[in-house]
Design a protein around this ligand. Sequence first.
Ligand SMILES: Nc1ncnc2c1ncn2[C@@H]1O[C@H](COP(=O)(O)OP(=O)(O)OP(=O)(O)O)[C@@H](O)[C@H]1O
Ligand SMILES: [Mg+2]
Length: 286
Amino acid sequence: MSLDAAHVGSGKVRELYALGDGTLALTASDRISTFDVVLPTPIPDKGKVLTGLSAFWFGRTRELVPNHLLRLGDDGRTMVCRRLEMLPIECVVRGYLAGSGWKDYRDTGVVCGHDLPEGLEESSRLPEPIFTPATKAVAGHDENIDEERAAALCGDDAYRVAKEASLALYRFASKYAESRGIILADTKFEFGVAPDGSVNLGDEALTPDSSRFWPAADYGEGRPQASFDKQFVRDWCERTGWDKTAPGPELPDHVVAGTRARYVEAFEKLTEVPFDAYVANPEVVL
Ligand SMILES: Nc1ncnc2c1ncn2[C@@H]1O[C@H](COP(=O)(O)OP(=O)(O)OP(=O)(O)O)[C@@H](O)[C@H]1O
Ligand SMILES: [Mg+2]
């Protein structure tokens, strides 16, 4: 970062810097978190995959909703962004039943206020994609909430824009991904309000950290899916018997390599850009 960049925050994955001109630099590290705990072992190049894929989507979805990306850094892991006042919810869209959506459905038949048909199984495709907002927990796990609570947290107008944009982005990206042999089972967006009052897509978008990507060729209902995302690490962590509180377990080499390979494969399948070409010149994804 340049000398006039002030470090203003750290997320589990990203470092945030305020630049002299009022913009923000978001630098994605190679840290990986599972069950909201950052693991002690990084995944080489993961931050570049996340930044490159996000930029790829930001460049293709501007007509659906404005986003925060201004330009990419040469390091392949930094995005210079418009600084937003982030809405305090996670905007989740689900096209298939997995994770907490599947658990809620199995226990109650309802997911975030959506009454779903009977007889759905794990990984079933939903009749229509559904919007299932969650709180952004400051500590601990995010919690699914209903529309009324989400709208009260954001304000009605900003909530409506974020919801419609999330559904439009999901429809666009899931159709595109399907043409590349990938099912976008669900995904999470974050929106914020720009100084001009417009609601913008921020953070990362449609990456393996924020989405469930399933290889379409292996898809089947009634069971969990193989995936190009964090699920591989989550499964390994669960098998160790770890209690999901910090500190997390060190990852063995084969889990690091397997995770890196899955992230890079998702990047290359979706962008059709060789990962090395991106690293040499990040702007190729724009
Ligand atoms: N344009 C933006 N302006 C301001 N903040 C942003 C912008 N884009 C993303 N952010 C925030 O930057 C942070 C990104 O860091 P990271 O992805 O590591 O966080 P996280 O671990 O997912 O979430 P947490 O904030 O809970 O740690 C998030 O808090 C996100 O809301
Ligand atoms: Mg994040």
